[in-house]
Write a protein that binds this ligand. Sequence first.
Ligand code: ADP
Ligand code: ADP
Length: 225
Amino acid sequence: QVIVEVRNIRKEYQTESGTLQVLKGVNTDIRKGEVVSIMGPSGSGKSTLLGILGTLDTPTSGQLMIDGDEVTGLTESQLTEYRAKKIGFVFQAYNLISTMTAKENVMLSLMSAKGKSNSKMEQKALELLDLVGMKERCNHLPGQLSGGQQQRVAIVRALANHPSIIIADEPTGNLDSTTGKLILDLICSLRDKVGTTFVVATHDPNVAEVSDRVLHILDGQIQEN
Ligand code: ADP
Ligand code: ADP
């Protein structure tokens, strides 16, 4: 089942020295339950493509379909709503809210789904934290957790609302390689157990190794292998 369709996406920036064409007609299909990584040299357009897939940025031309919805053409406020429901985000720096416990960080993400009582959200948050081995530390603040533990919390926060895809920008970038590998194991196990679809921009060869597919961005286009 194809969950993301990327059709002839172009992205240009206007700069002092003229028009910079970063993406020059990118095409790919991402299937449900795939881990796809995006690699390429610095400045090749990884963040640009990730931003477009995450609906944070709009392409100059081309089409993006997510879960059967044509995303290109939605207004800014429609996009904000769409993003909250359909897309999860994981960042290099974890980006948990520092004054909230692990459990509260996950509950915050569950709040955007309406009609859930507080106790139900709490129960769900604990279930999710248990899924990544973090239930015992549910009442810790991010500052009391290691980087790898914070990233575990960030990953379940991202998947709490059944997103169609999780967009991860260098999720292992701040971690030592042993911890990074544990995070990758977790991503693969969530793919296998829950069927979560991940798109990961990375420099980390370990990510490429566990990915179902690697999209290399080269000269504005995707080379797949
Ligand atoms: P990567 O993530 O692979 O390092 P980026 O997507 O961040 O690459 O950037 C691709 C190219 O687009 C770079 O040359 C960068 O300088 C340029 N770029 C990115 N964002 C902007 C912007 N808002 N305005 C102008 N140029 C930009
Ligand atoms: P809800 O009660 O809101 O329908 P679900 O139980 O279906 O929630 O799960 C919410 C999110 O957590 C989904 O993204 C789901 O895939 C994921 N999830 C959490 N725990 C599990 C689990 N043990 N097995 C499968 N999916 C899980």
